[in-house]
Design a protein around this ligand. Structure first.
Ligand code: HEC
Length: 499
């Protein structure tokens, strides 16, 4: 078996000493302080936020929490706490919401300690799920108080661990499946373990493991696009092929899909080291739907779902670009937004920049989360900080007016009363048959389920918007198995019965 892993290690050691003499493909140009000492640096200062860290027009960036060494993945609870994984500290920290309005988290609590490199997290059905490097554990968790209860339960063990890509991402899909990203053990090699370089899928109790997609070198971020239900994942292209090759990837993940690694790079090109003799694998590999610049290292991603976002951002995805190490000139180190055009093409735009200026790095974005307050939160494992990107008071003022005005127009206005009654009745039958009340009405809630009250829907949704929500609900709500007409009837029923 050929492997470049050992060679890579040697090259790294050499290259630290002899960066200038090495050919470009071996360039090592990482934020050194961090790599050599494993230490973070101080969080950016107020001056940094004023002089170099920028978001798009109408948005500004500020520090939300600091002193969080190795802050990696983020997850909001329904109560507005922000969970932060710190795999190298073996812990999960809970950040209290900002109740006093000073723009920073009000405090923090060590939620779980002594885990084995915990990274990905998700909340599902009253549990907090955590992906350790070789296992999945879960614990009962009250999303409103932010308290755990009982003991940790290990529901999956023996996930292959070690090697280059040891972080595991975990996320529940709209189908109620638990998806776990398992990166490859090396930069490029024939891994010898079919579960590496994959996304695995499980039942929520950890049973039924399946290799859902393969040939993914290291997919750290994934999410489902609300408008269509499609599944997208980032992937980091391999190293040591020069400054500008190969592109990092956004892939549209399909069940059973093979995405090329280690045989193909970029858009179906054979890998120079492993492609030869594997023409069939190169041919069957699925091309990325978007290429990020080489070595940008896209990690966490999230589709924006907030109801109060400006139209330009709603439905877009944000992706954290951790930044290059294998490049003579640094690149990445920012958060970008991806926009789907009518023709299906994807456009990448800057969302937050300034962590790297003229080769000087003060931060490396890892994950992105959308807060219940409509702000965007970014983790940074270099400075050990969380940033909050929020709309300027100036910019949000004009939108406050139309939002308030939304209270008045009735989304059901203009439907003739008889038609309204018939549609609402049909919708009510769907509500009953699909047992929506099990999760939404206190009187009918399943034992152990904290019901989510459906209120004030007509102030926030039109029929179209509510039908679209039902097509791709926010997990853990399961998707609704109805056609478009059925979803619209159900929306009419909800808007009428829960105005
Ligand atoms: C397994 C539990 C579960 C079932 C079953 C379920 N839901 Fe939900 N639903 C949720 C959860 C949890 C949320 C909140 C998701 C979030 O965090 O935004 C939600 C959110 C919603 C919302 C958005 C509420 C808002 O205030 O914006 C609507 C509307 C809704 N559900 C309707 C339904 C309908 C209609 C059905 C039946 C077809 C249904 N749900 C079945 C769990 C469930």
């Amino acid at each position: 078996m050929r492997t470049l892993a050992i060679a890579t290690g040697v090259v790294l050691v050499l290259a630290f000493g002899a960066c200038v003499l090495m050919p470009e493909r071996f360039a090592v140009n990482a934020p050194i302080r961090h790599m050599l000492f494993g230490q973070g640096i101080d969080a950016p200062t107020t001056e940094d936020f004023e002089s170099r860290i920028r978001s798009i027009d109408g948005w500004s960036v500020a520090l939300y929490a600091d002193g969080l060494r190795n802050a990696r993945m983020l997850r909001f609870t329904p109560g507005g706490h922000l969970l932060v994984s710190q795999p190298r500290k073996n812990r999960i920290t809970l950040l209290e919401p900002d109740s006093d309005g000073d723009g920073m988290s009000d405090g923090r609590r060590l939620l779980l300690d002594g885990l084995n490199k915990p990274h990905g997290m998700d909340l599902y059905d009253g549990w907090l799920y955590i992906a350790e490097t070789d296992a999945v554990v879960r614990i009962r968790f009250d999303g409103h108080t932010g308290q755990t209860e009982g003991l940790l339960e290990r529901i999956v063990s023996g996930i292959p661990s070690g090697g280059n890509h040891w972080t595991r991402t975990l996320r529940f899909g709209p189908d109620g499946g638990m998806y776990v990203g398992v990166g490859s053990s090396c930069n490029v090699c024939e891994d010898g373990n079919a579960r590496r370089a994959t996304i695995l899928r499980y039942q929520p109790d950890g049973s039924g493991e399946q290799i859902y997609a393969s040939g993914l070198r290291n997919s750290v971020g994934f999410d489902w696009r609300p408008a269509t239900g499609e599944f997208f994942a980032t992937d980091n292209g391999r190293d040591l092929l020069g400054d500008d090759s190969p592109p990092c990837e956004l892939n549209r993940i399909v069940e059973g899909g093979f995405y090329g690694w280690p045989y193909a790079i970029g858009h179906g090109d054979p890998d120079p080291d492993f492609g030869a003799g594997h023409e069939d694998d190169v041919k069957r590999s699925i091309n990325p739907v978007h290429g990020f610049r080489a070595h940008n290292a896209p990690l966490g991603m999230v589709f924006l779902r907030g109801k109060s976002l400006p139209s330009g951002l709603r439905g877009a995805a944000l992706v954290a670009l951790h930044g290059s190490w294998n490049r003579t000139k640094k690149d990445g180190y920012k958060v970008v937004s991806l926009h789907w055009n009518e023709d299906g093409s994807i456009e990448e735009r800057d969302f937050v920049t300034g962590f790297e200026v003229d080769e000087d790095v003060i931060g490396r974005p890892v994950d992105v989360a959308e807060g219940p307050d409509g702000a965007i939160y970014i983790s940074d494992d270099f400075a050990g900080s969380i940033y909050r990107v929020s709309r300027d008071a100036r910019a949000s003022a004009p939108t406050a007016a139309p939002q308030a005005a939304r209270q008045t127009p009735n989304p059901l206005a203009g439907i003739p009363p008889q038609q309204l009654r018939a549609r609402s009745e049909r919708g009510g039958r769907h509500y009953h048959e699909l047992a929506c009340a099990n999760c939404h009405d206190a009187a009918d809630a399943d034992p152990g389920v904290v019901p989510v009250a459906l209120t004030k829907l007509s102030a926030r949704y039109t029929i179209d918007e509510l039908a679209a929500f039902l097509a791709t609900p926010t997990p853990p709500m399961p998707s609704v198995g109805l056609d478009e007409a059925g979803r619209r009837d159900l929306a009419v029923f909800l808007l009428q019965s829960r105005p």
